[in-house]
Design a protein around this ligand. Structure first.
Ligand code: DCP
Ligand code: MG
Length: 440
């Protein structure tokens, strides 16, 4: 017998254990990282590294990290999650004026079916062949070969193109949001509660306006999800993809999960889903009806508590750039290995200053200084030191970086790369107002 959401609410065990952290499988997956084709690279790293982020009481990272979930908020939030449709492929189609109805696959070189890399993404025409992100490129070729054997068009992709398109989209999205968070190159969370004065219909209209604006100004289509929590907003942006908008009102959460596969919940991976299926739990409502206590005995208390709160709509609704960015870092790979350590130290100083300039722009400070050194042969070491309070003073971190380098670098060895990272980020209250979004 299936209970309604309200019945669940009444019958469920009130036992709720706030979680401190979630197991690895519940954390957002890192997306494919592109390396610059040139040797000399300088880039901001986006770490999805949770061990350096416990400093801010409200800034607990990761969708499902729940200590912030219990923070009382003044009123129910209206969150929007925007995710661009077949992003890399859509940008390539636009850039090269390709036919959108022909299968396009972005990924590593297929080498006529012998390639060893993976698919980055593909357009919807290619998805009709069963091709999807992270599939081996050889498998994609088998399903839809490229010229001259089949209709598939294979492109290696260019990160710069995607970053530029992403920036233009983000600029449009951040405009109406009181709080804005770029979550990845093609997705963002917006807290629009204030912008729409708590009106869910107005939120829907706002998403339509943003969708049209992105299409007109950038030429890309986007899908939107509107819901009271982050995870629900993310799930709802998937519902009507491509070019869809879907809304989950606070009292519709139970209905939304009725018959919905557990695998569709971000954070539930194939392993966990298989384990639950072995116990006969395939849909979210089946797991919910099972009860938190019983589910906890099978799948672990933390998982049971988290899933219960997902369905209850009590997971996080916080939108903040700190959730997605755990640190700010810059590093440089030298075109040939360096033996002049003084010169490398100069580069490290410049990188540190760049990082601090960036963090000031973002309105964040940090508690951890970390220097990365890669020697000839790729052996890599990181050396870090924390300070008692988060700061954004370049001089403080310059001194730390110099000391870390001088005390740790192995003399007489060639250096391939040097980098600096500011971690354990914090957001001083006085700066919160200026925090909007940051460029890549
Ligand atoms: N990406 C990647 N490797 C992956 C997954 C994604 O390089 N394993 C890149 C390519 C995607 C972009 O990130 O275009 C955004 O990822 P999404 O998961 O949002 O996928 P798409 O935007 O391509 O498709 P969808 O329409 O399903 O959002
Ligand atoms: Mg996308």
């Amino acid at each position: 017998m299936r209970l309604s959401y309200r019945q669940h609410q009444r019958s469920r065990n009130p036992f709720t254990q706030p979680l401190e952290e979630l197991p690895v499988e519940f954390r957002p997956k890192e997306k494919l990282v592109f390396l610059s084709p040139t040797l000399e690279v300088l880039f901001c790293e986006e770490y999805i590294n949770f061990k350096h982020c416990g400093q801010r009481s409200q800034g607990v990272p990761g969708e499902q990290m729940p200590t912030s979930d219990t923070v009382t908020e003044p009123r129910e939030r209206i969150l929007v999650h925007c995710d661009l449709d077949a992003f890399f492929a859509a940008v390539e189609i636009l850039h090269h004026s390709l036919d959108p109805d022909k299968p396009l696959i972005i990924g590593s070189d297929p080498q006529a079916g012998r390639g060893r890399g993976i698919v980055s993404t593909c357009n919807y025409a290619a998805r009709a062949f069963g091709i999807h992100s992270a599939m081996p490129i050889s498998e994609a070729w088998r399903r839809c070969p490229g010229h001259p054997f089949g209709p598939g068009h294979y492109i290696r992709g260019s990160r710069g193109l995607y970053s530029r398109a992403s920036r233009r989209v983000m600029a449009i999205l951040q405009e109406p949001a009181e709080f804005f968070e770029k979550a990845s190159i093609d997705e963002a969370y917006l807290d629009v509660t204030k912008a729409v004065d708590g009106d869910w219909d107005a939120a829907f209209a706002l998403c339509r306006t943003l969708q049209n604006s992105i299409e007109e100004k950038v030429g890309l289509t986007a899908s939107f999800g509107i819901a009271p929590t982050r995870i629900l907003a993310k799930m709802s942006s998937e519902v009507n993809k491509p070019k869809g908008i879907f809304r989950i009102l606070p009292d519709e959460i139970g209905d939304f999960f009725e018959g919905r596969s557990l695998r569709e919940v971000p954070g539930i991976g194939p392993k966990r889903a298989t384990q639950l299926a072995e116990w006969g739990l395939v849909t979210v409502d089946e797991a919910y009806v099972y009860g938190e206590l019983a589910l906890g005995r099978m799948a672990g208390e933390r998982f049971a508590s988290w899933l219960t709160r997902v369905v209850d709509g009590t997971t996080s609704s916080e939108v903040s750039p700190l959730r997605s960015r755990k640190s700010v870092g810059k590093e440089r790979t030298f075109s040939s290995d360096q033996t002049d350590h003084e010169a490398v130290l100069d580069v490290l100083r410049a990188l540190t200053q760049g990082v601090l300039a960036r963090s000031r722009e973002m309105g964040v400070s940090g508690r951890l200084a970390e220097v990365k050194i890669r020697y000839t042969g790729f052996e890599t070491h990181t050396h870090g030191r924390s300070i008692p309070v988060a700061m954004d003073e370049p001089e403080v971190f310059l001194r730390l970086a110099e000391n870390l380098f001088a005390t740790n670098v192995q003399h007489n060895r060639g250096l391939r790369l040097v980098g600096f990272r500011l971690g354990q980020l914090d957001m001083p209250p006085t700066r919160q107002a200026i925090l909007k979004w940051e460029e890549e």
